[in-house]
Ligand binder design. Structure first.
Ligand code: ADP
Ligand code: MG
Length: 315
């Protein structure tokens, strides 16, 4: 399933003195199985855009096409689209209101008027996909930790089996561990279930580590659209709209200034690690040729000397 946005605009308080053009002539296309990071400074229009994608808001101009069909065509197509393009709001825990975790996840499928056994099947599958443990099914959602509540909210959406999963700042307010957990769970959904995911975030590091493509918004406009490595090379443009490129871009830049020659397409920690190990291996080979035994004191001294010669500081 493809999602295409064409010249989409949205204004709050249209026609009044307080009119705000929150989304301004935005166009892009997303293919099935893409993991897209949607980033931008606070107020750049991210939340408004995703509510348009999910038909919660009606565009002032332009439209959204799913598999080539206009989703705003009728009330029926809008309703159908809300199930196809699922949206997890920012702080979704505020919307968990059933007595138990299990009932909460059943809410969506019940609303879709599915048969009881289908509801049960979907709820159990969604809970397991979102990484909610069985011992928590009968607990009250209020009793769970922040990270667990987010998982339940994500499960609630997965139970409706959407084709596209949009998450508006799903890691806001979570500790680093909770963040990694949720994001790697999403990555798994993309990889193992070919799910299309749009991750709204103002953390460039989260996007760099998990997304394949990036959309960058500023003042309602889409200012960049491309692969992660291409977008994060636009350091000046990103900085000018108040976004700091991921930490790793700075580290690679500094190391390259010292002659390391690291691939500048690298934007995530995993690839960076592999690249560093390669460089280290190469150096080891060089030292072996020079007759220095691996793991000897001389070897670590030689690495130290080599790095120091290139200007790398050791604390
Ligand atoms: P983001 O999610 O990137 O922080 P939003 O889509 O929430 O951006 O906001 C985009 C712009 O629209 C901002 O200027 C914001 O103040 C304005 N805005 C958002 N929601 C409303 C609303 N309900 N009424 C009026 N203006 C709004
Ligand atoms: Mg927002």
């Amino acid at each position: 399933m493809s999602l295409e946005v064409k010249h989409l605009s949205y204004s709050y308080n249209h026609g009044s003195a307080y009119e705000t053009r929150a989304v301004d002539d935005v166009s892009f296309k997303i293919d099935k199985g893409d993991f897209v990071g949607l980033i931008g400074h606070t107020g750049s229009g991210k939340s408004t855009l995703v509510q348009l994608l999910n038909c919660l808001l009606e565009p002032s101009e332009g439209t959204v096409l799913v598999d080539g069909k206009d989703v705003f065509e009728s009330e029926d197509t809008k309703r159908a689209n809300r199930f196809k393009v699922g949206l997890v709001f920012q702080y979704p825990e505020n919307q968990l209101f059933e007595m138990t975790v299990y009932d909460d996840v059943c809410f969506g499928p019940k609303n879709m008027k599915l048969a009881d056994d289908e509801i049960e099947k979907r709820a159990k599958r969604a809970l397991s996909l979102a990484g909610v443990e069985e011992k928590d099914y009968d607990k009250s959602p209020i009793a769970l930790s922040g990270g667990q509540k987010r998982r339940v909210a994500i499960a609630g959406l997965l139970a409706m089996e959407p084709d596209i999963l949009i998450l508006d700042e799903p890691t806001a307010g979570l500790d680093p561990m909770g963040r990694e957990d949720i994001l790697s769970e999403l990555k798994k959904l993309q990889k193992e279930h070919d799910m299309t995911i749009i991750l709204v975030s103002h953390s460039m590091d989260d996007v760099a580590n998990y997304a394949d493509k990036v959309l960058v918004m500023d003042k309602g406009k889409l200012i960049l659209d491309g692969d992660v490595s291409a977008v994060f090379k636009e350091v000046d443009l990103l900085t000018s709209v108040g976004l700091a490129p991921p930490e790793i871009s700075y580290i690679i830049r500094d190391l390259n200034e010292k002659g390391f020659g690291i691939d500048t397409d690298i934007t995530n920690v995993e690839d960076f690690k592999v690249e560093l190990l390669k460089i280290l291996e190469k150096r080891r080979g060089k030292f072996r040729k020079e007759g220095i035994k691996k793991n000897s004191k001389d070897f670590s001294a030689a690495i130290q000397v080599d790095a120091t010669a290139k200007g790398v500081k050791h604390d």
